[in-house]
Design a protein around this ligand. Sequence first.
Ligand SMILES: Cc1cc2nc3c(=O)[nH]c(=O)nc-3n(C[C@H](O)[C@H](O)[C@H](O)COP(=O)(O)OP(=O)(O)OC[C@H]3O[C@@H](n4cnc5c(N)ncnc54)[C@H](O)[C@@H]3O)c2cc1C
Length: 423
Amino acid sequence: MNPRDLDQHAADAPIFDPAAFRLAPHEAALIDKARAFGLRVLMPRAARHDRDATFPIETFRDMHGEGLLGICVPKAEGGAGASFRTYCLAAAELGRYCGATALSWNMHVCSTLWTGALADDLDMSAAERAEHAARRSLHYRRIVADGAVYSQPFSEGGAAAAGAAAFGTEAKPVDGGFVVNGKKIFASLSGAADYYGVLCTERAEGDVASRRNTLYLALPANTQGVSVVGDWDPLGMRGTVSRTLLFKDVFVAEDEMLMPRGVYFRAATSWPHMFLTLSPTYMGLAQAAYDFTVAYLRGELPGTPPVKRRMFPTKQIAVAEMRITLEQTKALWFQAVSEARADPTSEQVLRAYAAQFTVMENANALAAKAIRTCGGQAMLKNLSLERIYRDSRCGSLMLPWTAEICLDRLGRESLYAPGETDA
Ligand SMILES: Cc1cc2nc3c(=O)[nH]c(=O)nc-3n(C[C@H](O)[C@H](O)[C@H](O)COP(=O)(O)OP(=O)(O)OC[C@H]3O[C@@H](n4cnc5c(N)ncnc54)[C@H](O)[C@@H]3O)c2cc1C
């Protein structure tokens, strides 16, 4: 085997080979930085945060030093200016080494991606654009200069997180800002983030709640009236520490608006791929399950005796099937993240649902098959596979694009044109 072949079989080779997937050099460099960071920093810390269900705040401080907190902050504002796709590919590399950290990082990065490259694509009046430019600079400065960490609590336990109703968390307009009241469940980074990027409904006395009036506010975590309640002892993604946030008469200054009025609703309707951002973590976990299996069967997994199990035909068939599933998942997902843009065609939206469903379900299917194929010693808690299995099970549950909702929409929107009925 020549050295080049060896490179290609290395357990930690890029998930998406830059040459094969025709990545631009600046894109490949950022993704490589994430891969190196994942291997060096995330991997050794993952088991401890999973076991203790603690948030890896020290990793986020290290991310600041590496420029990873500002990966999607525009270059003109001191960030790395990553596009939607570049971010997704970088996040997959982190997910490979620690699903929980990658998922939490996603919540932080979305506050910059949605207000950055994505917002630049949206229709805004000149006044809205100017307002947005001034306000987002404030958030970007905090992140780039001070290492501020943002989170993204939108789930409330009702229909709002699926996009079917207005958020129950409400912001009442008052002099100089808003007074926010409400509750968010499953708020990753609760107690750790410096700012909670809260989605809520702006509602003055007597107004009817409407999704069109969704506000996206950065709520400083130490503001009076903000509390973190409940415990966090879930099956997987334990290091996200997604506890419940309560807001009781919290005053938020107008400058903390992450988007101008009405713009979040515009983003959600015209840039639907914004909700695909939960999938990169699980793309990484799918790769991790495969990598683990190959290394284990070759007798090369660090921390295990050098026992080879690859000579059994059943193992070879299982790995072949895993490889096929992985390649199918990668191909569909790469296409979907590459074509994300404003006002996508209905075909592109359907493909995005299919990609989300495929990644979320296949990550766990690969992990389950890895356990069956590698055997009992491989699922002991001193190895990463059982964590990959538990973490990967959580992907299908992530609103607004759960596996069920993707199926629902794929079926309905493939059979009915917009507005079409059987009546
Ligand atoms: C590890 C982890 C981290 C998370 N982090 C965050 C976070 O940082 N911020 C955040 O906001 N949320 C976060 N979530 C929350 C997540 O997006 C869901 O809101 C959460 O799992 C609660 O869902 P539920 O089961 O209560 O949803 P329910 O509303 O009870 O729905 C149950 C299921 O019913 C289906 N369903 C729901 N509504 C519809 C509909 N309108 N049409 C068809 N089917 C529907 C869906 O498949 C859904 O999975 C996180 C979740 C997990 C597991």
